[in-house]
Every structure is written in C-alpha cells, then in structure tokens.
Design a protein around this ligand. Structure first.
Ligand SMILES: *[C@@H]1O[C@H](CO)[C@@H](O)[C@H](O)[C@H]1NC(C)=O
Ligand SMILES: *[C@@H]1O[C@H](CO)[C@@H](O)[C@H](O)[C@H]1NC(C)=O
Ligand SMILES: *[C@@H]1O[C@H](CO)[C@@H](O)[C@H](O)[C@H]1NC(C)=O
Ligand SMILES: *[C@@H]1O[C@H](CO)[C@@H](O)[C@H](O)[C@H]1NC(C)=O
Length: 233
C-alpha cells in the first residue's frame, strides 16, 4: 500500500500530474485539451471570458491532439438557467458541429445545432461552459439513433441535453476538452442619483423570492423565442 503510493508519486514527478481539462466533477473527464478562441481571446481551463467576446462561435483547432478521424465539437452550459439556484436546464446545448475526416479545425466545421452565444442571467454568478472534442467513428456525420430527427432549431430541444446517451448512441469518444466561464455583469439599472437602499436590485445576492419570478420569466422568454437562434441562458 505504502509502496504503491510512493511509486504513484514518483511517476507523477516524472510525467507531471495529469490535469483534467473538463470542469471539476464533470464526466466524462479528459486530460487532453484543444485550442478554442473567441477572436483573439483564448479559452484555457476555466478562465473568465468577457460575455461580449462570446457572441460569435469560437474557432477551434486540435492539431495532433487527435487523428484524422471525423470529429464532433459541442459546447454546453453546465449552469442553466440559474447556477446554484437552479440547474434544471443543464447541460444546455449551445453548439454542435461536425468536422469531416482530415479536418483539424473549425475551418471545415458544419453546424448541426448552430452556435448560440451564452446569455447567463444577471445576478446568478458566472456559468461554466464546456467544449468537448469528440471522435466520430463514422465517415459521414449523422445524428445517432434516437436523435436523428433533431434540428435543434427550437430552444426546448436544447435543454437538459442527454450527453451520455448521445455519446453512447453515436459511439463518440471524448478526445479533448476545454472550458471557460462567463457572466453578465451588467448592473441592473436603478436609475437613481441618490444613495442606493435595500430595495434597489443587487446583482450579486439574489433573494429566493426573486429566483422563482426570474425562472418564470426565463421560461416565458424561452417559449417566446423558440424559433429564434438566441437564448436567455
Ligand atoms: C446582460 O443583461 C442585461 C440586463 O438583463 C441585458 O439587457 C443584456 O442584453 C445582457 N447582455 C448580454 C450580452 O446578454
Ligand atoms: C423520426 O422520424 C421518423 C419519421 O417521421 C419516425 O418514424 C421516427 O420514429 C422518428 N424517430 C425518433 C427518434 O423520433
Ligand atoms: C434615468 O431615467 C431618465 C428618464 O427615463 C433618463 O432621462 C435618464 O437618462 C436616466 N438616467 C440613467 C443614469 O440611466
Ligand atoms: C428605497 O427605494 C425605494 C424605491 O426607489 C423607495 O420607494 C424607498 O422610499 C427608498 N427607501 C429609502 C429608505 O430611501
């Protein structure tokens, strides 16, 4: 027992600790990462990215992290709709694209679920967004059994995305990952020139009573926007 601990530590010292490239607690985890950039802003292991930088799909590049197989890239919100207050929509599918065999970047990506930028609601903290690079065993991407009729044009079809089922149905292997956080830090306008008081809105400490009304408005907005490629999440 003691010996195996020592030898594990020794081997870590040689190769370096394998750091998960997925958020803590996320499964499936991987220690491999790939390049994800919003414009010139790189995503690196949970860094905070400005919300305005995330409006357009990131570019990705996986070089020799993987082989010349076909791939799938996806981006999921793990904190939809309201982080610790409510994760019932998580993971929320923000992007799903296929990359044909031989492609190593988003240059040849084809959207399956077109990219929709993050829209975390004000006051519930940063959301975590994970990007997964999946190896696709088939030569020509097709949605796997059970998903074949999905167009992902409707917001509700993107809520609580059944990732494990999707991976199993398509035999997709998680090959690399990256993740970031972003937050809407827009102060809720009080339009007051005087000192603020307790009835002015706080952006950092939502009260529980506010949560249910925000949830209702988020749900209402989701249904209202069902056919539009935008989110409140
Ligand atoms: C941030 O929140 C404000 C207030 O709800 C909203 O008007 C604005 O559109 C949000 N910004 C983004 C980029 O979603
Ligand atoms: C997809 O659509 C076809 C034709 O309408 C239908 O037969 C099939 O059951 C559907 N599959 C799923 C998973 O809903
Ligand atoms: C407050 O509201 C008034 C009236 O709508 C507007 O003219 C003014 O520009 C607002 N001030 C701020 C700081 O938003
Ligand atoms: C706090 O703000 C509310 C809304 O603007 C106002 O009705 C109330 O009188 C204010 N209270 C104090 C103590 O300033």
């Amino acid at each position: 027992m003691k010996f195996s601990v020592i030898s594990t530590v020794a081997s870590l010292a040689i190769v370096g600790p394998a750091v998960a490239q997925t958020p803590p607690g996320f499964s499936p985890a991987t220690t491999k990462t790939f390049t994800v950039k919003f414009g010139s802003t790189a995503v690196t292991g949970g860094n905070a990215v400005k919300l305005e930088d995330t409006a357009v799909a990131p570019t990705i590049d996986f070089g020799d992290v993987s082989d010349n197989s076909a791939h799938v890239v996806t981006m999921l919100d793990l904190d939809a709709p309201m982080g610790d207050a409510d994760r019932s929509y998580s993971p929320l599918l923000h992007w799903l694209a296929s990359i044909p065999a031989g492609g190593k970047s988003s240059a040849t990506a084809k959207d399956v679920a077109p990219y929709a930028g993050p829209q975390p609601p004000v006051g519930y903290g940063p959301h975590r967004y994970v990007l997964l690079l999946l190896t696709d065993p088939s030569a020509d991407f097709h949605l796997p059994p059970g998903f074949e009729n999905q167009t992902y044009s409707d917001v509700t079809s993107r809520l609580a995305f059944p990732l494990d089922k999707f991976l199993a149905a398509g035999n997709f292997q998680v090959t690399a990952a990256n993740w970031f956080t972003t937050e809407n830090t827009t102060a809720t306008s009080t339009n007051s020139t005087g000192p603020t008081n307790s009835s002015t809105t706080s952006t950092s400490a939502p009260v529980t009573a506010g949560a249910s009304s925000l949830q209702a408005s988020v749900i209402g907005a989701l249904f209202a926007l069902m056919s539009l490629p935008i989110f409140l999440l």
